[in-house]
Ligand binder design. Structure first.
Ligand code: GAL
Length: 367
């Protein structure tokens, strides 16, 4: 028989370290079953008293979707209960979401009008690498799912962005820009060479996030034009489709991993550069209205590791109270994807420059 005292000692020795583990950035983060949280490239939705964290399920040796999009829930952001698979991959051959496809950067928003949870994610079709560049949407009546898959596709076929000079695009001759990365090519990209190229079939969409504005309108922000330009597209009132109105952000700037928040009277966007799983320096932009104009402010990270976003890439910004925001980022492990780690930092504002910034701290923000 184990005495009460030794039982207590056992619980302290065994469970306390387990509970404390996730509190540090970059550490294994056990869920309430003691298993490292598997919700990468994710985002968090607050609904009622609970937070719901949706993310990519990753496996030991592949980033391909073998399971689907996972959901965890918590009341304190620290202890996460595994709610299971919110949207499962399909076993039907030829399905958009066939097992082995790529499902990345899932985000969920709640629509009070339809009382539905709406999930959008970046979808790449099985066996096609990153060529499809589609967005996919699914809905559910309850936050943890199961979500009902609706469809996937490129964005706003046949439509021009609101902030493009269509006459200038019409003058571009694609045959003159076969070689990439020349100064002329860069200029043509900024003018809209690839917007014109993709207009008929719809705009490409890879890394993405969602944002619900104060007026209840929702927006889809994604890396488009071969990851060269971010685009912000308005969603329909039920949040399950695009209205046809969209805006380009930082044309030709090569930004991905977009994250968005509103504070101090401005919209703030933190993105990364395009170096795949390898970390690079983050980029900060701001705008007076969500549709722009957007101003570039440089790297928001400070201190040691700032040039590599502290070894991570952003995925979402969660508002935890009126003035508190936390920047969620992934420390990818491409050779052992399931082992990727999480970085949560507080967003602080510089009193002098009035700009938000990120500084590394060992302890996860919000916990
Ligand atoms: C990153 C992107 C990830 C994933 C990866 C694949 O740049 O942010 O979501 O797509 O590339 O290499």
């Amino acid at each position: 028989m184990i005495g009460l005292k030794s039982m207590k000692q056992f619980l302290l020795l065994f469970f306390l370290p387990l509970c404390l583990m996730g509190q540090n950035n970059g550490a294994i983060w056990p869920d309430t079953d003691g298993v490292h949280i598997n919700a990468h490239g994710g985002g968090i939705l607050r609904y009622g008293k609970r937070y719901y964290w949706y993310g990519e399920h990753k496996s030991d040796n592949t980033s391909a979707a073998l399971v689907g999009i996972t959901c965890y829930s918590s009341t304190d952001l620290r202890h996460w209960h595994n709610e299971g698979v919110a949207l499962s991959v399909s076993d039907s051959v030829g399905s958009d979401i066939e097992r082995g496809c790529t499902m990345e950067r899932p985000k969920v928003i709640y629509n009070p009008r339809t009382k539905e949870f709406v999930l959008w994610f970046h979808l790449e079709l099985k066996g096609q690498g990153y060529g499809a560049a589609r967005s996919a949407v699914a809905v559910s009546k309850s936050p943890a799912g199961p979500f009902r898959y609706l469809r996937s596709g490129r964005i706003n076929p046949g439509r021009w962005p609101e902030n493009i000079d269509t006459a200038a695009v019409a003058l571009l001759r694609p045959e003159n820009y076969k070689e990439w990365w020349t100064p002329q090519w860069r200029k043509a990209i900024a003018t809209g060479l690839f917007v014109g190229r993709d207009r008929a079939g719809g705009q490409m969409a890879r890394d993405m996030t969602l944002y619900v504005d104060k007026d209840g309108k929702a927006y889809h922000l994604y890396s488009s034009e071969d990851n060269l330009t971010l685009q912000l597209a308005e969603l329909t009132p039920d949040y399950t489709a695009h209205t046809g109105r969209y805006w380009r952000i930082a044309p030709g700037g090569q930004n991905e991993a977009p994250t968005l928040f509103f504070s101090h009277g401005r919209y703030w966007l933190i993105a990364s550069g395009c170096t795949g799983w390898t970390p690079n320096a983050a980029r900060l932009f701001s705008a007076p209205t969500i549709t722009g104009p957007w101003t570039y402010h440089g790297n928001p990270c400070r201190g040691e590791g700032a040039e590599k976003t502290f070894g991570t890439q952003g995925t979402f910004i969660l508002q935890t109270s009126k003035h508190h925001f936390l920047f969620m980022a992934d420390e990818w492990r491409p050779h052992h994807p399931i082992d990727a780690r999480y970085l949560w930092l507080p967003i602080r504002f510089d009193k002098k420059t009035k700009l938000p910034y990120l500084e590394y701290q060992t302890h996860k923000a919000g916990l």
